[in-house]
Design a binder for this molecule. Structure first.
Ligand SMILES: [Zn+2]
Ligand SMILES: [Zn+2]
Length: 430
């Protein structure tokens, strides 16, 4: 099947491309980029995409797919559907499944389950066996099976000694250790420690719990020469620590989740458990530091920390409800509304944060806009105004604090692996 993307603005900052043109795609492969004649478009299905951008497919490097173990909340396939609906063509999935992603068999089975999907899935292996923080997971075996990074996400790598081993082994493959930064002796809170937590009478988690592990990991990265990636950064001081470490040439990168540059802990006053996540929502000052970090490059990428939970579990009392919210289907709208529209980031920056940088961190190839390459595109309209409706989400779960929010900017289509996703349908291009 041939398709034509007509009058679309192709934007690929690495290739220095930013122009309005047409793209001809034959069987999922880029056949021509440039203005097309009528005879070239004759046998093709033509999509008029004026006002749309076509960029290298977005990639979310922090997703919880819940398979194996909690298929009632999400599966590899429903998570991939949710990613496509949110404008993503690739994702990395976190290993805190049940059992954890700590063996070659589990890595392979997850890759196998995503095989025929539009969305590429790259598992993150556990740092320690069963994420228990005791013995190192079989790093070489996991890399061999397809793991692209390592994390004990949910908790920080338990000890400095284990982290040192992990950095040294993963370092042999240039794979990052993706750290959930939270000092375990300061983690019994359910929200940010602040005036608000005192007013609400809820136990707080101070930002220093995050900063301590960020500091430890930076020092260990410097000592071992390994790579640390700070997951879901949320504290102002942590951003400053990463900034200084980068200036010193230490191999550290960082991601921020959309809720941490959008919401503050004031939201918890509603006691809505969709405002409960870990790290928790922080202060206005911290939110501003996230935006500054994104602007000056301290924070390399935006990642959702997509964390599906069942309705029954999220309906528990605030103190008992599990942490985490969905992210894949609101991420692009929140980034455009909160960052680009407000003048903090350009569209080029957005492509770096959502497509190019996460792939660089995980050593994955960047989709190219060249004849003969497989089309791996996200097409989005930055002017589409839409209301979030969780009942229409492709995820199996519904836990989003952004339900009914009005956002600007939405994906129009995604293309990858010879599949097109448009108007909520997958179309085979081959
Ligand atoms: Zn985490
Ligand atoms: Zn996570």
């Amino acid at each position: 099947m041939n398709i034509v993307l007509k009058d679309v603005t192709i934007l690929h900052p690495e290739q220095k491309l930013n122009e309005k043109t047409d793209i001809l795609i034959e069987d999922g492969i880029i056949k021509k980029i440039g203005n097309l004649t009528e005879s070239e478009t004759k046998s093709a299905e033509v999509f008029s995409l004026d006002k749309n951008y076509c960029v290298p497919g977005f990639f979310d490097m922090h997703v919880h797919l819940r398979e194996p173990g909690r298929e009632d909340e999400e599966t590899v396939v429903t998570g991939c559907n949710s990613a496509a609906a949110g404008g993503f063509t690739g994702l990395a999935c976190m290993p805190n499944t049940d059992p954890a992603i700590d063996s070659a068999e589990i890595v392979s089975s997850i890759i196998q389950k995503s095989k025929n999907h539009l969305v590429d899935v790259f598992p993150i292996g556990a740092v320690s066996v069963a994420r228990k923080g005791e013995s190192l997971a079989p790093i070489a075996e996991l890399v061999e099976a397809g793991a692209v990074g390592f994390s004990d996400d949910g908790v920080a790598v338990k000890t400095a000694a284990l982290l040192r081993n992990a950095l040294e082994y993963a370092g042999m493959y240039n794979a990052p250790i993706i750290e959930h930064c939270e000092e375990p002796t300061l983690d019994d809170g359910v929200m940010n420690e602040s005036l608000t937590s005192t007013q609400l009478g809820l136990p707080g988690i101070p930002t220093v719990a995050e900063d301590l592990i960020v500091m430890r990991d930076i020092l260990m990265a410097e000592y071992t020469g390994g790579r640390v990636h700070i997951a879901h950064i949320s504290s102002k001081n942590s951003v400053e620590l990463v900034r200084q470490a980068k200036a010193k040439g230490i191999k550290v990168t960082a991601e921020v989740a959309p809720h941490h540059f959008t919401l503050t802990d004031e939201s918890v006053k509603t006691f809505d458990t969709n405002y409960k996540m870990n790290p928790p929502l922080r202060s206005k000052e911290d939110v501003n530091a996230m935006i500054e970090g994104l602007k000056d490059g301290t924070i390399d990428c935006i990642a959702s920390d997509h964390a599906p939970h069942s309705i029954e579990e999220k309906e528990m009392e605030f103190i008992y409800a599990p942490n985490g919210i969905l992210g894949l289907e609101t991420q692009l709208g929140l980034a455009i509304s909160g960052l680009v529209q407000k003048g903090h980031l350009s569209f080029e920056d957005l492509v770096y944060k959502l497509s190019i940088n996460p792939r660089k961190i995980l050593n994955l190839p960047i989709p190219k806009f060249e004849v003969g390459e497989i089309a791996n595109f996200t097409i989005f309209n930055p002017e589409t105004i839409w209301t979030v409706d969780v009942s229409r989400f492709k995820s199996k779960s519904r836990n989003s604090p952004f339900n009914k929010s009005l956002l600007t900017g939405k994906q129009t289509a995604v293309i990858n692996n010879k599949l097109l996703y448009i108007d909520e349908k997958f179309i085979n291009l081959a």
